[in-house]
Design a protein around this ligand. Structure first.
Ligand SMILES: Cc1cc2nc3c(=O)[nH]c(=O)nc-3n(C[C@H](O)[C@H](O)[C@H](O)COP(=O)(O)OP(=O)(O)OC[C@H]3O[C@@H](n4cnc5c(N)ncnc54)[C@H](O)[C@@H]3O)c2cc1C
Ligand SMILES: *[C@@H]1O[C@H](CO)[C@@H](O)[C@H](O)[C@H]1NC(C)=O
Ligand SMILES: *[C@@H]1O[C@H](CO)[C@@H](O)[C@H](O)[C@H]1NC(C)=O
Length: 622
């Protein structure tokens, strides 16, 4: 009887299995007998469509920052342009997104001839044309607004970021190339190339790349393999002529007309002191398209983001180039490009965050939850997330624009010594700090839309992918923190502290923030000694960069709040609250704590790190 029962179970079980395994039975669709109708996607509840916010006017802090940083007469013109731009972004630029695709490379034609045709997408070409017309590079160089031209240029670039798909890459490099030609170029370069690099006429303008990275390394270019040898000048040369041979491993703006490239003119043992900088024509009338001048596109990089930007592996074979700046001082000559692209990179981070925040804010105004009774904007738990993203956005934006206004002064040679030092310190920091902080905040903005946020069409995914590159190009975070240490030499930090202390003093009459001002002041006072004690410690640079970044953000938020208070701005309570929250959220405390923790026993930490990462045997070797 018992055995019989077991047999029955097996029998029934097997039958059920066979039944289920028959795909007909499982997959065939049968209408449910009791449902009166079938629900189609067009029926029933519809997720709300969120409104498009004005990219400039709805920005939480940029309009008020510009009001502080620009004189009234310039402000009104800039505001008018940015308001017009905001509308154009929504109607003309945003719809181009589906047309922006990775570039393709056709290396050979049907006759087996090498052609190296680079085809960028229709959307990308349109974006480049529009960015040129907007004066993406031109505004900063024409200097119609004197020292304020950079603030205007970057405010515009930042507002464009969300819809311009990393146009900052080729345009930022073009900005940098223009600057070095202005500083170090030959007369012919200044006459024939500079006006084109800074042009806002798409038919006349040139784009420039920047070729530093080789297979031997991007952080450290001392092992550069590309060589340059002097050849006889021709009448069409724009400077001392050289022939370059080698391979460049990451070359964005491969669609450009010119590039600036490092190549070896000294011996290998000279390391980076044997490198010089060259201007190379890619697609100039004299070096006709498709690519010539001995340049071959070996491959396009298959990148996880920055899809519009063509980044190529490029070989140079007796490629003609013209020396820019002194021989064997290529690293020094190219520094202004890096300084500028780092600012562009920081602006790219905050502009991306701005767009994601705007989407999350819009959505919270239309999406109901809790049995459709409550808008997200009325849920404190949800709004708290948006508030902390907003705080970070304000902090990064105040800090970045503080550096940008110094840049404008520096270029006009009206910056004081102390301002020059501050700009030097802030340039690597704003890029590294923004690159470090932004992706996490973008992820939070994405999650604020729930499943919708994960949908490609919304655009947050793309912005996240794109801004991840900021942790790598133009210097990784660690490499930039080493650069910060170089900038922090001599009395640089003391000069920064002097400025920061003056901001703190200027807040002495604002009762409501005194507690937090005193706490900021204490951290500022310790800055010099922390840099001093970390100077020879391997682990210190990144920790110091975080301290310097978080303190600078606090100072810049305070500076803005004091202005807002003194000029009785309508936003004053938000501006004061931003500063207070930055102090309360404990960014600075945490950074200082991390540093102190490591400084107790940095060698011990390093050896434990090794065991942690590579296993117990590594520790015993130490
Ligand atoms: C999409 C994209 C586009 C790019 N476009 C260009 C371009 O147009 N032109 C161009 O020249 N380059 C370009 N690059 C290259 C980029 O600048 C380099 O990838 C970057 O500088 C890092 O160099 P690397 O790849 O050789 O990495 P490495 O230098 O090998 O770095 C690897 C790791 O080592 C760390 N590291 C290196 N040195 C140190 C150190 N001393 N201390 C501590 N840590 C260290 C780095 O932080 C990093 O984490 C591009 C890169 C990408 C991803
Ligand atoms: C610059 O290069 C592009 C190719 O990317 C080309 O279409 C354009 O005509 C060139 N511009 C000039 C002024 O030569
Ligand atoms: C630009 O970079 C170089 C080297 O990193 C530095 O010496 C120079 O002072 C920088 N300029 C600014 C304004 O940061």
């Amino acid at each position: 009887m018992y055995v019989g029962y077991i047999l029955l179970v097996i029998l029934v079980g097997t039958q059920a299995y066979i039944h289920a395994a028959s795909s007909d039975t499982v997959l065939a669709y049968r209408p449910h007998p009791t449902l009166a109708f079938e629900m189609r996607v067009e029926e029933g509840f519809h997720p709300p469509i969120y409104p498009e916010e004005d990219p400039y006017l709805a920005d939480p802090v940029l309009p008020s920052l510009l009001k502080r940083l620009l004189p009234a007469s310039i402000l009104s013109q800039v505001q008018a342009d940015l308001t017009r731009l905001g509308k154009d972004l929504i109607t003309d630029v945003r719809p181009l997104a589906p047309l922006i695709q990775p570039a393709t490379l056709i290396q050979y034609d049907q006759f087996g001839r090498r052609v190296d045709q680079l085809r960028t997408s229709e959307g990308w070409r349109k974006l480049e044309e529009m960015a040129t017309r907007e004066g993406y590079v031109a505004i900063g160089h024409r200097r119609d607004y004197g020292q304020f031209s950079r603030v205007y240029q970057f405010a515009k670039a930042m507002t464009m970021t969300g819809d311009y798909h990393v146009i900052m890459c080729p345009f930022g490099m073009t900005d940098g190339a223009a600057r070095i030609i202005e500083l170090f170029g030959t007369e012919k370069m200044k006459k024939e190339v500079y006006p084109r690099l800074i042009s806002s006429d798409p038919g006349f303008a040139y784009l420039s790349g920047q070729w530093m990275t080789e297979k031997t390394g991007g952080s450290d270019v001392s092992q550069t393999e590309t060589t340059a040898t002097r050849v006889a000048d021709r009448s069409d040369d724009l400077g001392p002529a050289y022939e370059l041979n080698g391979f460049k491993w990451f070359s964005s703006a491969a669609e450009g007309n010119v590039t600036v490239a490092l190549a070896r003119t000294g011996s290998v043992s000279d390391g980076s002191r044997g490198l010089s900088l060259f201007l190379i024509p890619l697609r100039l009338p004299a070096f006709p398209t498709p690519l010539s001048n001995g340049i071959r596109l070996h491959r396009l990089k298959n990148k996880i983001g920055t899809w519009g930007v063509p980044t190529a592996e490029i070989s140079l074979d007796t490629t003609r180039g013209w020396l820019i700046g002194p021989l064997n001082e290529g690293i020094k000559t190219i520094a202004p490009v890096l300084n500028l692209t780092r600012v562009h990179a920081a602006v790219h981070c905050i502009g991306s965050l701005q767009r994601c925040l705007s989407i999350a804010r819009s959505y919270s105004m239309v999406r109901h939850v809790k049995s459709q009774t409550t808008l997200l904007q009325d849920l404190p738990l949800h709004v708290a997330n948006l508030a902390s993203i907003t705080l970070l956005y304000r902090a990064l934006t105040c800090m970045t624009f503080s550096a940008i206004s110094l840049l404008g002064r520096s270029e006009l040679r009206i910056a004081t010594d102390s301002e020059e030092v501050r700009l030097r310190l802030m340039t690597p920091m704003i890029k590294a700090y923004a690159a470090h902080k932004t992706p996490f905040a973008i992820e939070e903005a994405m999650a604020a839309l729930g499943g919708l946020g994960y949908m490609e069409e919304v655009g947050i995914g793309r912005l996240l992918r794109d801004c991840l590159v900021e942790k790598i190009w133009e210097g990784t975070i660690n490499v930039l923190s080493l650069d910060l240490m170089r900038a922090a030499r001599e009395d640089a930090i003391e000069k920064f502290v002097e400025w920061a202390s003056s901001i703190v003093k200027s807040a002495s009459k604002i009762e409501s923030v005194q507690y937090h001002v005193a706490s900021l002041d204490e951290f500022i006072r310790r800055l010099s000694s922390m840099f001093e004690s970390g100077r020879t410690v391997d682990l210190a640079p990144r920790l110091l960069m975080m301290i310097f970044g978080s303190i600078t953000a606090g100072v810049c938020l305070l500076e803005h709040a004091v202005w807002s208070h003194n000029s009785a701005e309508a936003t004053v309570f938000i501006d004061l609250e931003s500063f207070k929250r930055w102090m309360m959220e404990g960014e600075i405390q945490k950074a200082v704590h991390d540093f102190e923790d490591v400084m107790k026993d940095p060698m011990g930490k390093s050896s434990m790190d090794k065991a942690f990462v590579y296993g117990i045997t590594e520790r015993s070797k130490l």
